[in-house]
Design a protein around this ligand. Structure first.
Ligand code: ATP
Length: 305
């Protein structure tokens, strides 16, 4: 696989770890490759973190452009079984595009995704049975009730009717949706839609969960319940990749992290490797180019009456 060209860098921004987005193996997870290094064949993808656990998700050199704009530029990662992997980055960095490709929802221009060794694009049906996905801006059939959404999702994944109903009830209870399941989804709040979508992603007990902003708009109690559920799932051998803008939450929930900026991975590894002695938020701001001093806007404090 060829390495992809690096994107132009904004001044003051850290260098990308590599065109393939892989971190250094030792010391700081950041690498600052010379141009020559970027032309060499990529090394093996970074493994994170549970040592010796099998790799469940292998992302290899993914690239995606929309017209002339490159959204994802040679991203490679390996996520091991039992990991809760956080995928963070500024707005427009390429998180949703990468996760959509990882989950088989968006075809990459180049690169490959394997889940438990199954090529997501070569064997899509087999791969989809292994993946539970909560996409960005999930659109549900909103005339259906939450119970119907969960039931049909389960049956489409091959579960029998009794198991489908039992699992829907279990998940509704675990996520604080019991009492709402018989209402049509069009009457749900944004947070309730997230929760029923998470339940739908989990209902066939997939090997891998790909969750795009699963906690956005979800209240703190429901977030805690969802986190408990994800920890339980991971402890039993499930693997989770999630994106979030909430650095505190990622620090609390995830054992490994990748930071993506401008379509390339700047750091990846265990949480401690990526934090490098700081809070994840401080590290994130540094990697994302720091805070920009705001000039002008004096009118904002004039408070015209
Ligand atoms: N369907 C599309 N058509 C054109 N451009 C797109 C499309 N989807 C994403 N992009 C562009 O690709 C880049 C990456 O977008 P993406 O949604 O992956 O970012 P993100 O990291 O998930 O952002 P956010 O945190 O704001 O959700 C952005 O510049 C975005 O404008």
């Amino acid at each position: 696989m060829e390495s992809s060209p690096a994107s132009p860098q904004r001044s003051g921004k850290p260098a990308r770890s590599s065109a393939s987005g892989r971190p250094a193996r030792s010391g700081s997870p950041l690498r600052k490759p010379a141009a020559a290094a970027q032309r060499t064949a990529p090394e093996k993808a970074a493994s994170v973190p549970v040592p010796d656990a099998p790799v469940v998700l292998e992302i290899d050199g993914l690239r995606k452009a929309f017209g002339r704009a490159v959204a994802v530029d040679g991203v490679s990662l390996a996520v091991r079984q039992g990991s809760l992997f956080g995928f963070v980055g500024p707005n427009g960095a390429g998180k949703t595009t990468t996760l959509s490709m990882a989950a088989g929802l968006l075809r990459p221009d180049s690169g490959a995704v394997r889940v438990r060794g199954v090529d997501v694009w070569g064997e899509p049906q087999k791969a989809k049975s292994l993946i539970g996905v909560l996409p960005d801006r999930m659109r549900l059939f909103d005339r259906l009730t939450g119970a119907q959404i969960l039931y049909y999702t389960a049956v489409l994944h091959g579960l029998d009717r009794a198991s489908a109903r039992a699992r829907a009830d279990d998940l509704a209870q675990a996520l604080g949706l019991d009492g709402s399941l018989e209402r049509p989804v069009r009457d749900y709040s944004v947070g309730m839609v997230k929760k029923v979508s998470l339940a739908a992603a989990l209902i066939h007990s997939p090997a891998l969960l790909v969750l795009d902003e699963p906690f956005e708009s979800v209240d703190p109690v429901s977030t805690a319940q969802s986190v408990d559920l994800l920890h339980r799932y991971a402890a039993a051998g499930g693997t989770v990749v999630l994106s979030s803008h909430n650095m505190d939450l990622v620090e609390r929930v995830c054992d490994a992290v990748a930071v993506i900026v401008d379509g390339g991975i700047l750091a990846a590894g265990t949480l401690d490797e990526v934090r490098d002695g700081r809070s994840l938020e401080e590290r994130f701001v540094e990697l994302a180019g720091g805070r920009v001093a705001v000039e002008g806007l004096e009118w904002l404090t004039t408070f015209s009456v």
